[in-house]
Ligand binder design. Structure first.
Ligand code: C2E
Ligand code: CA
Ligand code: CA
Length: 509
């Protein structure tokens, strides 16, 4: 499998996985939030129901206290007064006076001589009873107070418990339970078990209001109330997918690079640099990623990300060490004034990264190679140097150590003349794009001439990059360019091979 296909595959998988996790987490949050809100909403409806019922019971209790002093009156007189009260209270069915549990006077004629009110029932509490005469055997709420063998009670229409709440939420089916009996909107009375998972207890009386919210209720509630959250989630997931797809390519690649760096799969390749007479005067180290699975990966495919992630710092360090070791172990001699070019980037100029580069340079200076060759660091003009002062400190230190500096890709990038004159470069490498302008038909190439002129005025040695044709060599020679690098003389090859092929004849015995 090649790197591109594998990266795409990994990119898709990672983006898919990230989006999937995002959708799962998002859905869990929406559902949890939905359940919490539905529960809260229903809880507050139950609390409202309790407040409503409490107020009915409280008003019944007051009616009982108002009635108690009147118990001595004849039933006819009493009834007259009580009817006056009851007409103002739509939730009251009846006001009754009973003695030994038998109603002896009631606003509702048919109740007289019934035994609905049991003296043993607790006072001032809601009692749910099956009505003998009202509501054709359905539930009726009763609240009573006993005194001197009498009981004054108020019969309450249980539908009053439900009516106002029905207006708030007709879907919630709640039950009112008191003393082991319960009733609901149907108005019937039961004492069997009923399922409930949400309730609100009155703090003043002995009843509770409860309901059961099934999973289906939750799901349909969530779909109805939070459906648009899911639409939004899917919308965001598209963005998550897009960004993670974009980011995951980098992540996967960075991981591969890190892994390969540990396994030392980044190798130095070398390309010869000749003088105008065609004699070998140097080499440029060009990194190659020798991946076991994907083969040789060219630097353009990974250097930009290595710079972005900072991996370029340990990568360059490893490359320089590898180069020194290869050259040292080969026991080769170098032609006079030989230059070993190594590419660095603007990251290396930052104070935090300078230590690593300086250590590499020290390693070179401590090696046998430094006695016969120069190390030339090539800084590309394409990157921006953030802090010119930081770079200046580095350049001074490097030059003090005996390291040469070259500006790479000259003419293509961001190096302003002020940077070029501020930082003292030993060499200028004219970019291949200018060399390409020189052709058989070119008598003179004003742009190339200008670049060469400018470079010359900066008082640096000149290297032409990407030279492929004899005509270019001839032209550059006339213009006084000192060094030539390009496929004309040789392509980059493994450093070990380069040593055999180019430095073999200089080898020490
Ligand atoms: P560069 O430093 O400008 O290196 C010259 C590039 O031009 C090399 O490409 C080389 O193979 C290619 N080249 C040389 N002569 C010719 C020619 O005659 N014709 C053509 N068509 N190409 C020629 P390569 O090795 O693919 O490197 C590409 C770039 O990657 C380098 O450009 C450099 O900017 C970067 N690079 C390579 N190695 C390193 C490294 O170790 N560190 C850093 N920071 N960058 C590196
Ligand atoms: Ca270079
Ligand atoms: Ca270049």
């Amino acid at each position: 499998m090649n790197l591109h296909v594998d990266l795409k595959y990994r990119q898709w998988s990672l983006a898919f996985f990230t989006t999937f996790i995002f959708l799962i987490c998002g859905s869990i949050v929406i559902i949890a939030n939905g359940i919490y809100s539905i529960k809260n909403e229903n809880q507050s409806i139950l609390n409202t129901a309790v407040a409503e019922i409490d107020s009915i019971l409280y008003s019944s209790q007051n009616t009982i206290y108002d009635t108690m002093p009147l118990v001595g009156l004849s039933c006819d007189d009493l009834k007259q007064k009580l009817i006056g009260i009851i007409v103002k209270k739509p939730s009251f069915e009846s006001i009754n006076i009973s003695k030994s549990s038998e109603i002896i006077c009631s606003t509702y004629d048919r109740l007289i001589h019934t035994t609905n009110i049991d003296a043993s029932y607790p006072n001032n509490e809601l009692i749910l009873v099956k009505s003998k005469v009202i509501n054709s055997g359905g539930a009726i709420g009763v609240i009573k107070e006993s005194f001197n063998n009498y009981e004054v009670s108020v019969g309450i229409d249980v539908s009053a418990f439900f009516s106002s709440l029905y207006l708030i939420n007709p879907d919630i089916d709640f039950k009112v339970e008191a003393l082991g009996k319960w009733t609901d909107r149907s108005g019937d009375i039961y004492s069997s078990y009923y399922e409930n998972n949400l309730s609100s207890k009155s703090s003043k009386y002995n009843y509770k209001v409860s309901t059961y919210i099934s999973l289906n209720n939750y799901l349909s509630g969530i779909m109805l109330g939070y459906g648009w959250h899911f639409i939004l989630l899917i919308f965001i997931a598209v963005f998550v997918w897009y960004f993670s797809y974009k980011k995951s390519a980098e992540k996967v690649m960075a991981l591969l690079m890190k892994n390969s760096l540990e396994k030392k799969h980044f190798k130095p390749y070398a390309q010869p640099i000749m003088n105008s007479k065609g004699e070998l005067k140097g080499l440029e180290i060009l990194i190659r990623w020798e991946h076991k699975k994907y083969g040789i990966i060219p630097p353009d495919m990974f250097i930009p990300l290595a710079e972005k992630t900072g991996l370029i710092i340990p990568m360059t360090r490893q490359l320089i060490t590898d180069t020194i070791q290869n050259l040292e172990y080969s026991y080769c001699h170098f032609p006079k004034d030989f230059h070993i070019g190594v590419n660095i980037c603007t990251q290396h100029c930052k104070l935090i990264n300078q230590i690593s580069l300086l250590a590499s340079c020290q390693e070179f200076m401590d090696s046998q190679i430094s006695k016969q060759a120069y190390l030339t660091l090539e800084l590309t003009e394409r990157g921006l140097i953030d802090d010119i002062d930081e770079a200046k400190i580095l350049f001074e230190r490097l030059q003090h150590m005996g390291i040469k500096l070259a500006v790479d890709d000259f003419g293509t990038g961001n190096a302003s003349l002020s940077i070029l004159s501020n930082l003292d470069f030993d060499f200028i490498k004219i970019d291949k794009s200018f060399i390409d302008l020189i052709d058989v038909n070119t008598e003179n190439s004003p742009i190339v001439d200008n670049v060469i002129d400018l470079a010359k005025r900066l008082n640096s040695g000149l290297i032409a990059e990407g030279v492929e044709k004899q005509v270019q060599i001839d032209y550059l020679k006339i213009k006084g360019v000192d060094y030539i690098q390009g496929y004309y003389y040789g392509k980059p090859i493994q450093l070990k091979l380069f040593i055999d092929e180019y430095l073999g004849k200089y080898k020490r015995e």
